[in-house]
Design a protein around this ligand. Structure first.
Ligand SMILES: Nc1ncnc2c1ncn2[C@@H]1O[C@H](COP(=O)(O)OP(=O)(O)OP(=O)(O)O)[C@@H](O)[C@H]1O
Ligand SMILES: [Mg+2]
Length: 592
């Protein structure tokens, strides 16, 4: 007796729905994508109870006539592809012809649609796969689809839905992705009748990002655009101070489709290496345009992943464009002081606690006893007044540099320097580390580091494995300007050492270098390895925290900082410089 039965159509659709429709947000995504494919310029999304009770999407797109409306909810029906050749150049967001059928099989649907040239609208209702007739009704041009009680006949699936807040959060995220990819569209999102977003399509991408996130974030983004090898890249990328603890703020769009792609994520991560801390994620909006023939979108039911035919090209282009822009931009860390009524000033931002303390102490100590409310930081045009103030009221000396900037070292650790529109605090070790790193990198790129013979060779003992490591990396060691020679059965001597590292102990450095070479990951490429070595060298050679500097050294440090790329960050991605603007200070001292 045969056990195998053919499933009926409704069962097939319900099973298919399991792949595409996971939660209310999946319905919103499918409906929004359909509206965009229909050429809509205005879309309104309205949800109730996190989309569990109601999801409604209304557009002013091309609409459907009565025949199409009846067909749209049948499985495997689409107007978007006609033959297998079309499958290789998909230009629409949808193409599988199953979203509406899936949605209709797991909810109550009411769809009203009016085609552009039609005198009336038509309406259809579907209750978990049971389709009613199409009948004429009143309605505007375009399509409105209402979904009620998602999964109401599938208690097991409904049970998996989270709270209304969580589901609203997922829907909002879907809305944000579509809104970013379609900045020219008027879009509205309402939840329980309350407006969450009302976006105008006239204001451009910058304003859209501001509306969806914040004006502050939008203003902090650096824009870059490139077109090479058939690949168009528009990116708006955040500096280090906007970085996050997860990659939620990385929005990648391929021809208007939001995608997740591990090659692209990797390229972004690499582009920010040394610019942000390794455990942080940058804010990135990346809009890629590529010929439809150059990738396959038919690899994932929700189309969130694609397969690039030349993923290396995508990786290297994105990495190149972002890296170049980031290295060419000096990203400083502005400090925003919270406007507080209390006496205690704190500086918002991660990792600034010690600076906060130092600054608080500094200000406390140097408040002039006779007029506490009148501390001012005049602009450079009134330098004399400023100098007089400090001469009178601080035990510290304020030095004038050739640039007519004023600075001082505090706690043998930080340099405070006046700038045109406020002042900066520089972490002396971090900035010098970046300077050393950039100089080392430049020299290495030009060939090798210049070396200097040691007057007395320094010897050290080695194990057989270490000897092998040295042997295997002899070329690299030589390029670094280090000359080693055997000095006995298990002993080697350092004969020459790079002159740029004259302040570093050769024995310590070579010991650490051998350690690093011995423990390198197998997968590490030569460039990364060299980078790590230069990082190490820069760290060892840099001015230390706690080191007292004279005014000439400070002047040199600040001047050198102006000549290197990426001076705002140390090679590990930590800030070297924190900027305080006059306007923030004025706000704090209630001068505005
Ligand atoms: N808002 C809309 N306006 C006009 N036509 C629509 C709209 N929504 C759906 N349609 C029509 O209904 C068809 C079926 O939609 P459905 O979403 O099920 O499939 P699809 O978009 O073609 O592919 P996919 O399953 O990948 O989304 C579409 O091909 C389109 O012709
Ligand atoms: Mg669709």
């Amino acid at each position: 007796m045969g056990q195998i039965k053919v499933l009926d159509e409704n069962m097939i659709n319900m099973i298919a729905a399991g792949e595409v429709i996971e939660r209310p947000a999946s319905v919103v995504k499918e409906l929004l994508e359909n509206s965009i494919d229909a050429g809509a310029t205005r879309i309104t999304v309205s949800i109730e109870d996190g989309g569990r009770k109601l999801i409604s999407v209304a557009d002013n797109g091309c609409g459907m006539d009565a025949e199409d409306l009846a067909r749209a909810f049948e499985p495997h029906t689409t107007s978007k592809i006609k033959n297998s050749a079309d499958l290789h150049r998909i230009s629409t967001l949808g193409f599988r012809g199953e979203a509406l059928a899936s949605i209709g099989s797991v909810s109550q649907v009411r769809a009203v649609s009016r085609a552009k040239d039609s005198l009336t609208a038509n309406c259809i209702e579907i209750d978990c796969g049971n389709k009613g007739p199409v009948s004429p009704c009143s309605g505007d041009y375009g399509t409105t689809i209402e979904i009620r009680d998602l999964f109401y006949k599938l208690p097991a699936r409904r049970k998996f839905l989270k709270t209304a807040n969580t589901e609203t959060g997922h829907i909002t995220e879907v809305f944000i992705r579509i809104a970013l990819a379609n900045a020219a569209l008027d879009m509205t999102l309402l939840s329980n009748g309350r407006e969450i977003y009302r976006l105008s399509g006239k204001d451009g991408l910058g304003r859209r990002i501001a509306d969806l996130f914040s004006t502050e974030l939008s203003q902090d983004l650096i824009e870059t655009e490139s077109e090479e090898k058939g690949l168009h890249i528009l990116s708006l990328i955040g500096g280090s101070h906007t970085s996050r603890t997860n990659n939620k703020f990385q929005y990648v769009f391929l021809n208007g489709r939001f995608i997740h792609d591990k090659f692209i994520s990797h390229a972004i991560k690499e582009a920010y290496r040394g610019i942000i801390e390794p455990d942080r994620f940058p804010v990135v909006f990346l809009f890629i345009k590529l010929p439809y023939e150059d990738y396959d979108v038919n690899v994932h039911p929700t189309k969130i992943e694609v397969r690039f035919f030349n993923s290396n090209l995508i990786h290297s282009q994105i990495l190149g464009v972002l890296r170049q822009k980031l290295l060419g931009t000096n990203i400083e860390t502005p400090v925003k002081l919270p406007a507080k009524d209390s006496d205690h000033t704190t500086i918002a931002g991660r990792g600034n606690q010690n600076i906060t303390d130092a600054m608080a102490e500094f200000f406390k100590r140097h408040r002039p006893a006779h007029s506490q409310q009148q501390i001012s930081f005049p602009s450079s045009s009134s330098g004399t007044e400023h100098r007089t103030f400090h001469e009178k009221h601080t035990p510290y000396t304020i030095y004038n540099t050739q640039y007519d900037k004023k600075f001082l070292q505090i706690h043998d650790n930080y340099i405070v320097a006046q700038t045109e529109d406020g002042f900066i605090i520089v972490d002396q070790h971090a900035l010098h580390e970046r300077i050393m790193y950039e100089n080392l990198r430049r020299r290495m790129a030009a060939g090798s580091l210049e070396s200097q013979k040691l007057l007395i060779p320094e010897s050290f003992e080695i194990t057989d494995t270490q000897a092998e490591t040295i042997e295997n990396n002899s070329e690299l060691i030589e390029k670094l300007g280090i000359e080693l020679a055997a000095f006995g059965p298990k002993t080697m001597a350092i004969q020459s050492f790079p002159s740029m590292l004259s302040k570093v102990s050769p024995i310590d450095f070579v010991g650490d270098l051998i350690d690093l070479l011995e423990n390198k990951e197998l997968s590490i490429d030569a460039q990364r390895l060299l980078d790590e070595i230069l990082n190490m060298a820069a760290c060892k050679a840099a001015i230390k925290a706690g080191q007292k500097l004279n005014d000439r050294e400070i002047e040199q440090l600040l001047a050198d900082g102006k000549t290197v790329e990426c001076a705002g960050r140390c090679p590990h991605g930590r800030p070297t410089t924190i900027k305080f603007s006059m306007s923030e200070l004025e706000k704090q001292f209630k001068r505005t």
